[in-house]
Design a protein around this ligand. Sequence first.
Ligand SMILES: Nc1ncnc2c1ncn2[C@@H]1O[C@H](COP(=O)(O)OP(=O)(O)OP(=O)(O)O)[C@@H](O)[C@H]1O
Length: 262
Amino acid sequence: MSLAAVPRSAFPARAAEAVAACATDLSKVYGQGETRVVALDSVSVEFARARFTAIMGPSGSGKSTLMHCMAGLDSVTGGSARIGDVELAQLNDKQLTRLRRDRVGFVFQAFNLLPTLTALENITLPMDIAGRRLDRERLGRVVETVGLASRLGHRPAQLSGGQQQRVAVARALAARPEIIFADEPTGNLDSRSGAEVLGFLRQSVRAMNQTVVMVTHDPVAAGYADRVVFLADGRIVDELYEPTADAVLDRMRRFEAAGRTS
Ligand SMILES: Nc1ncnc2c1ncn2[C@@H]1O[C@H](COP(=O)(O)OP(=O)(O)OP(=O)(O)O)[C@@H](O)[C@H]1O
């Protein structure tokens, strides 16, 4: 393929930034006939390495679908989703499972911890399952970063919601994934615990060069990111670098007003 034929991303990373993951003309359609929904409509976007990117947009705009397609949790209808140089559509189920296990970290709104395991066992579980050697230095650093050193022997029920989410963040970080996808990670937390978790995610980007992509409804949460991309009706409509919560809120209001008049 000639270079001219390579589709350029409509929302590329900044010039000097390496790309950790990207979508090119990515489409996702659910259902057919009367129940047909175009959840993603030709989305092109790059997610820069060692950066914290937030995905925002109104309910139903396609945020979770984009994240799920990029993370190999859902198949795409058209276009391409890549992690590094791996084209997800070309992987079979087994290869996708391995990619998610070895190269991707997840943080969900529900903390998804195993109740019978201690915090430490939850953190190391993915590596145990993968048969990977524990990187003790990394683990120590992660545990210190998320402030869990005194809680490692506790089970999830003995931890607050904020602490449980910190365990989930530590679990995602410990395996040193190429990219972490976080879906509303503060959705179940009070604002103080939420701020802590967001601070740790940001710290992992700054101190450990982690790449984080986070779906959120919350302009305050998006204010922790380096960049916000805005989705509306399955399309990326705008982006904001070095966002503040106020600037994000202002942009969201403008989209909502435009949506009401169009
Ligand atoms: N499994 C599915 N089957 C059918 N339609 C779906 C499915 N998942 C999502 N959709 C539809 O696709 C569109 C985008 O949904 P998605 O969950 O990605 O939006 P979202 O921006 O994450 O919304 P929210 O903020 O409410 O979580 C919506 O219209 C939704 O109803």
